[in-house]
Design a protein around this ligand. Structure first.
Ligand SMILES: C[S@@+](CC[C@H](N)C(=O)[O-])C[C@H]1O[C@@H](n2cnc3c(N)ncnc32)[C@H](O)[C@@H]1O
Length: 260
């Protein structure tokens, strides 16, 4: 897994509220389409940025439950949602949700399924907790959509291959729909959003990926420190001379549990 030191945590706190990640969060929010009084589950709720937006949308007669195995992630989420007493966070996993059968109007999971090695189990758990007619939204990047300009493609390919080692599945939007169908869901839509940057934004997704990918590749000894640093420096130099280009797509898979 990833190692979040203080500097990385600070970078993430900024970038998660920057325009790139807000764009992908809005894709997920719109796909959920929260309504007043609904009960919505956020699977792998992380630092709670989506949970708080859902809380505002369902209002005090609704309910938001975030589930995350990480105490480090649940703590900032609870602080962020402290003013909303209809939001709660529970320790738990997508494989064994601490949620009653058929109790949720909707469930959403953003940037979590790519870390799961048992998609079937997670799909059947989401199916179990939704009411008949309930909606599931699973929103992830398909990493084949990454276009990152470089003048050293072989080095870029090594860095991207190293990053593949940090998740269980890099193509969730393409491989998940048949898994959801087998679990009983009807697939309703797959909606994309593309993040494209021609500058290296201090609050953008590219700078997050530069930092996390460099840390992951070197910490696991997959790429040497000098090579990873040179990879990062190239991107900073390209940006300084107006030749930076980064683009990646996120997809929200929208599925429905059959019923009323
Ligand atoms: C990249 S973060 C995404 C957080 C949040 N959904 C967002 O979009 O900001 C991945 C989250 O998945 C959580 N996670 C990891 N394994 C999980 C599992 N088996 N079930 C549920 N959540 C899990 C992590 O603790 C982390 O909070």
């Amino acid at each position: 897994m990833l190692n979040f030191d203080e500097e990385t945590a600070r970078l993430l706190e900024i970038a998660y509220q920057g325009s790139d990640i807000v764009l992908r969060r809005m894709l997920s929010f719109d796909a959920v389409s929260p309504r007043p009084s609904e009960t919505i589950l956020d699977i792998g709720s992380g630092n709670g940025l989506l949970s708080v937006e859902l809380a505002r949308a369902v209002g005090p007669n609704g309910r938001i439950i975030g589930v995350d195995p990480s105490a480090e992630m649940r703590k900032p989420a609870m602080e962020r949602c402290a003013d909303f007493d209809w939001v709660s966070f529970r320790e738990g996993s997508a494989y064994a949700l601490p949620i009653e059968d058929a109790s949720m109007d909707k469930a959403v999971s953003v940037q979590v399924f790519e870390y799961l090695d048992d998609l079937e189990k997670a799909a059947s758990e989401a199916f179990r907790v939704l009411k008949p007619g309930g909606r599931l939204v699973v929103s992830d990047i398909h990493f084949d959509s990454l276009v990152w300009h470089t003048e050293d493609q072989a080095r870029m390919d090594r860095m991207v291959a190293a990053w593949d080692g940090h998740f269980a599945e890099r193509r969730i939007p393409a491989v998940l729909p048949p898994v959801l169908s087998d679990a009983g869901f009807e697939i309703q839509d797959i909606r994309p959003v593309t993040i494209t940057d021609h500058v290296l934004k201090p609050d953008g997704l590219a700078i997050v990926m530069l930092t996390l990918m460099e840390n992951f590749a070197t910490r696991h000894g997959i790429v040497g420190k000098a090579e990873a640093a040179a990879w990062r420096k190239e991107q900073e130099d390209l940006a300084a001379s107006g030749r930076f280009f980064f683009s990646i797509s996120q997809f929200a898979v929208i599925a429905r549990k059959p019923g009323i």
